[in-house]
Design a protein around this ligand. Structure first.
Ligand SMILES: NC(=O)c1ccc[n+]([C@@H]2O[C@H](COP(=O)([O-])OP(=O)(O)OC[C@H]3O[C@@H](n4cnc5c(N)ncnc54)[C@H](O)[C@@H]3O)[C@@H](O)[C@H]2O)c1
Length: 372
């Protein structure tokens, strides 16, 4: 069965507490100035809508795999002009024209402060990071962006009383963590700079929450699979590339072993989880850092599911020892029962839905393949 994808219609969010002044059904109309409004009137209108409860959102690192889909979802919910996308990369013109975009370098606290003040930001979703494989390839930069940058973000969020979301990852666990149904609370001894920096982010955010009441919220995402954006250099990237290659060439060379089981999630589930979690009433959160997951599979199982639609599809293996070592230290599945219990997390996409959706989005006519 096909599901709605990010950027398409968005469903009512179950179990959410809506900011005052917002209806419980998406989308919220755009609050941009009408042609008859003066800029001052437009500003006043924007200010009153914000003060009525609509968050003013800043997304850092917004031009990566996840940021654009997140901005699209949040803009449907809160209005185009209330969601500011930022990055240090130059945005393509369709992104620049789709809503507010600013340059924001998380290593430059003055630049960040100006963005927060000038745009009257109330929520920050901090997506800037160097991911696992690229982080190992450039450790000093990963340390700077993922740790020094994080400190800048935390200080700013505390100073301006922002609600702060930081995504963590299955990479925050290590080989000494339980690998099956890894719980929220357990030993975390990762051996990548990415994992170490994410454990640091989890602990620092929780510390700021304890120390000064910072509204810090963190989800440990599994590998996230999307069709319309490039992966950022993580260990689960194969699970995206495999779809592109299946559609283009009918074959794929995998850099992980056939039996490497990792937790995964379709991007729509990931972004909806983030929005629902951001809107969850603080009193419903018994923790500040939650696991979320949808499915776990191996490259072999994924290839078998793809072959149901692309019968000639062939997978081969050429293992990258660096990525394999990282994958072998990560959980095979996550226990996300606390997220399900506390704020009603529920995934929509299992493996068959994921594969059908990805192949359809990439232009593969799965119905024909199924009929054959
Ligand atoms: N994609 C996944 O599967 C996945 C899984 C788990 C967690 N996450 C987390 O979600 C977040 C977003 O992931 P993604 O896949 O979109 O990452 P990505 O690597 O695709 O994008 C990261 C962005 O950060 C930006 N950036 C780098 N240095 C910066 C700086 N100094 N200032 C501002 N921006 C800077 C980059 O330009 C890039 O656009 C990350 O924190 C990541 O750890 C992602």
């Amino acid at each position: 069965m096909l599901r709605t994808v990010a950027g398409g219609a968005v469903r009512t969010l179950a179990g959410s507490s809506w900011p005052s002044g917002l209806p419980s059904v998406l989308p919220v109309p755009s609050r941009s100035a009408s042609p008859s409004q003066s800029p001052a009137e437009a500003h006043f209108h924007s200010a009153s809508s914000s003060e009525a409860g609509c968050p003013r959102v800043l997304i850092t690192g917004g031009l990566g795999q996840l940021g654009l889909g997140l901005a699209s979802l949040l803009r449907k919910r809160y209005g185009k002009d209330n969601v500011i996308l930022s990055d240090i990369k130059k945005p393509p013109s369709h992104v620049f024209c789709s809503g507010p975009f600013v340059y924001a370098n998380i290593l430059d606290p003055q630049n960040l402060r100006e963005v927060v003040v000038n745009h009257r930001i109330t929520w920050m979703l901090h997506y800037s990071a160097l991911l696992s494989a690229v982080g190992e390839a450039n450790m000093p930069l990963a340390r700077a962006v993922n740790i020094t940058g994080l400190h800048n973000i935390l200080d700013l969020a505390e100073e301006y009383n922002l609600r702060l979301f930081i995504p963590s990852t299955i990479g925050a666990f290590g080989s000494t963590s339980p690998r099956n149904r890894t719980p929220d609370l357990c030993v975390q001894r990762p051996r990548t700079i990415y994992g170490v920096s994410k454990v640091h982010a989890e602990l620092m955010g929780e510390y700021y929450n304890y120390r000064s009441g910072l509204d810090f919220r963190c989800l440990r995402y599994p590998g996230v699979i999307s069709a319309d954006s490039q992966p950022g250099g993580g260990t689960t990237d194969y699970a995206i590339q495999i779809f592109h290659d299946a559609v283009k060439t009918g074959k794929f060379e995998c850099n992980l072993r056939a039996s490497t089981r990792l937790p995964m999630m379709y991007v729509d589930d990931c972004l909806r989880a983030t929005l629902e979690f951001m809107e969850a009433p603080a009193e419903s959160l018994s923790m500040r850092t939650y696991n979320i997951t949808a499915m776990s599979f191996t490259p072999e199982e994924l290839a078998q599911e793809i072959a149901k639609h692309v019968p000639e599809f062939h997978i081969s293996y050429h293992v990258d020892p660096a990525r394999q070592a990282i994958a072998d230290s990560w959980p095979m599945s996550l226990d996300d029962s606390m997220a399900r219990k506390d704020w009603g997390w529920k995934h929509d996409f299992d493996l068959p839905e994921l594969v059908t959706t990805m192949l359809n989005l990439l232009g593969c006519d799965t119905r024909v393949a199924q009929a054959n």
